[in-house]
Design a protein around this ligand. Sequence first.
Ligand code: GTR
Length: 361
Amino acid sequence: MTNKHPRIISWFIVALILVLLAACSSGGGGTSSSGGNTSGNGNTSGNTGSNASDSKSSSDGPRYTFRLAETHPAEYPTTLGDRKFAELVNERTGGRITIDVFPSAQLGEERAAIEQVQLGAIEFTRVSTGLMAEFNQDFGVFSLPYIFDDDDHVWRFLLSEAGDQLLDSLQDSGFQGLAWYSSGSRSFYSSKPLNSIEDLKGLKIRVQENQVNIALMDALGASATPMPYGEVYSSLQTGVIDAAENNYPSYYSSGHYEVAKYMILDGHQRVPEVLIVSKTVWDKLSPEDQEIIRQSAIDSIAYQREKWAEFEKESETMVRAAGSIITEVTDIKPWQEAVKPVIDQYRDKYANILDAIDAVR
Ligand code: GTR
């Protein structure tokens, strides 16, 4: 009997295989596509589904999943900017490049994140130019007091050729600068009343970690305490420091207003944010991918600025409602006078950049 039906059995097996193959190719493709979606931090999952049908040439090529370190929480305007950037890159590469945004310093404090990006261990980060000053001296210019008239002036400079050159100058330090984001202006806040410039004298004030800030606190008769952003809340609470300084959105979202309810709106600095990528990673990308990434970063700026403007107002309302005591500065001249030695000390070092800033005043 076994010898009688070998042909029938083999035809049956062939038919069975064909049926199975057909089943796999029609239904299986759709369900197994989750393999391309393994990195999942939620923000990209909507895009990956469209990969298969996307025939744009940008969807051909290597697939990457990158990480972007962000110190602020998920709904902060810089994080929203990061996510917009990631979304644009993902769309424009037909889902081939995924950038997962890690908010709330999950990948480490800002300085550590920059170091990791420099090494290529983390691919992207959004940081304050105040922190970049220790990695690229030119960036220290942003910590000089009162060099910009207002936010429009900052943006005229950032979007000028000099601003582009500054982004490119990061190459010498192991990064590629991609785009600038808004960060408003910084003012002092303390657990002690702040009614005038005199009240800063003798205070221990937390600053972003760079040399210019140390000179600035000296000029104000205060003592600078550089420390990571994530340590400021408990340091204010326990009295390790008396004061800190930042914009409204950071003062609010970090909760610093809960432990330092006196704020004086002196607006001493306008320190923009910057989106950077590791040069090690950048150099491995094709020119087409570099272009998509660069353009997506630039195209995310408008969204970040819009969210910034909204959140700046919202945070002011929230801290006022929570009982912060906010002193307006009606005459800024005494402040500008007091910090003049800092400008004098750094004028030569930053002569070219300061000229470019003046040129768009
Ligand atoms: C914020 C900035 C953060 C961080 C922080 C700080 O304005 O957005 O990236 O640098 O200041 O003071 O450390």
